[in-house]
Write a protein that binds this ligand. Structure first.
Ligand SMILES: [Mg+2]
Length: 294
C-alpha cells in the first residue's frame, strides 16, 4: 500500500463488489497509485488528487451503481472519537414519535418530525410540541417503545469493533432517557447524551429538560469531548447522523457521514451511506472485514 498518497477512496457495496468495473471507471478519470481489498464488498483506491469535476463524476457513477463512496485524506483517516445519532441512525425508529403514537394521540407526528429533520422547522419547537402531547400520559408507555426498538444492521459490530480498538464512543441524541440509555447500553456506547422527560407520579408532565434539543448542541458536545480528551475534532473525530440537528456535528468532524440522510444533510455533507449498512463506517475507517469484532 502506498501511504504517500494524499487521498483514499473507499467503495462499498451491499453484495459482492465488482472491482474491475470500479477500477476501470476510476482509471479513466484519475491515475491511481495503489489499491487495497478490504472485503469481497469493499475496496480502497489511493490517488494524489481528484478535481472537483472528477469527484462529481465518480460520485455519480457510484450512485448509479448503488455503491457507497467515501473520499478522504489518508493521513487523517484513523480517528479516536465516534459520535452517533440515535433515531433513524443507530436504530430504525423515531422513538419520540412512537411514544406519541402509542399514547393514542392523533396528530401527524411523522410530518412534524420530517419537517424538523429537513431543517424546515426548528427542532426545539417541534420537540416542545411533541413532548407536550404526552402530558398526563403514563410513563409505562416508554417500556412499549423500548420493546419495539429495531436496531439498524451493523450497529452492534460497529460499536464492538470501535470499542475494541480504543475509540471513545458517544450516542448523542435529541431523543430521551431512558430510551437512549437502553440503546446506549445495548450497543455499549461509552457515553449517552440525551434529553430528559419531566415525570411526576409515573406520568409525563409534558415538559422536558433539554440537553441536546438546542440548535448545534451536538456540535457543543463534540467540542466539549474533544477538549476533554485533548483531541482535534477535524482530525480525530468521526460522526454519523441523518437529520438537520446532526449537521453541526457532521460538518465539524474530520469525517461526517450522512446515514440515509434527509435532503439538507445530503446537500451539506459529502460522504454518505445510502445503499449499505452501518458496518460501512468501519470500511471508511480502513478496517478490513477480518478485523471486525463480531
Ligand atoms: Mg436521527
Amino acid at each position: 500500500m502506498n501511504n504517500s498518497s494524499e487521498l483514499v477512496c473507499t467503495f462499498v457495496t451491499k453484495k459482492k463488489i465488482n472491482y474491475k468495473k470500479i477500477i476501470n471507471f476510476f482509471s479513466k478519470i484519475q491515475n491511481t497509485n495503489d489499491y487495497k481489498i478490504l472485503s469481497n464488498r469493499a475496496l480502497d483506491l489511493y490517488c494524489d488528487d481528484i478535481s472537483k469535476k472528477n469527484k462529481e463524476r465518480l460520485r455519480n457513477f457510484c450512485f448509479k451503481n448503488k455503491i457507497d463512496i467515501c473520499i478522504q485524506f489518508v493521513k487523517w483517516r484513523k480517528k479516536k472519537i465516534f459520535l452517533a445519532d440515535m433515531d433513524a441512525t443507530m436504530i430504525k425508529d423515531e422513538t419520540l414519535d412512537n411514544l406519541v403514537k402509542f399514547a393514542g394521540i392523533k396528530v401527524d407526528i411523522d410530518k412534524l418530525s420530517k419537517l424538523a429533520m429537513d431543517g424546515k422547522i426548528s427542532l426545539r419547537d417541534t420537540l416542545k410540541f411533541r413532548v407536550s402531547y404526552l402530558k398526563d400520559k403514563r410513563t409505562k408507555l416508554i417500556r412499549k417503545v423500548v420493546n419495539k426498538i429495531r436496531f439498524n444492521e451493523g450497529s452492534r459490530v460497529l460499536l464492538k469493533t470501535l470499542n475494541k480498538n480504543g475509540y471513545h464512543t458517544s450516542l448523542v441524541t435529541g431523543g430521551f432517557q431512558p430510551i437512549s440509555t437502553y440503546v446506549g447500553k445495548f450497543l455499549r456506547f461509552k457515553k449517552v447524551i440525551s434529553n430528559r422527560f419531566v415525570i411526576k407520579n409515573n406520568k409525563f408532565t409534558g415538559e422536558y429538560i433539554p440537553i441536546t434539543g438546542r440548535q448545534n448542541s451536538k456540535l457543543s458536545y463534540l467540542n466539549e469531548i474533544c477538549k476533554k480528551k485533548k483531541l482535534n475534532k477535524s482530525k480525530n473525530a468521526i460522526s454519523v447522523g441523518d437529520g438537520a440537528n446532526d449537521l453541526g456535528m457532521l460538518e465539524n468532524s474530520g469525517l461526517g457521514i450522512g446515514y440515509y440522510p434527509h435532503s439538507i444533510v445530503k446537500k451539506a455533507v459529502q460522504n454518505h451511506i445510502q445503499f449499505t449498512d452501518l458496518k460501512t463506517i468501519l470500511f471508511y475507517l480502513g478496517f478490513t472485514e477480518k478485523e471486525f469484532s463480531k
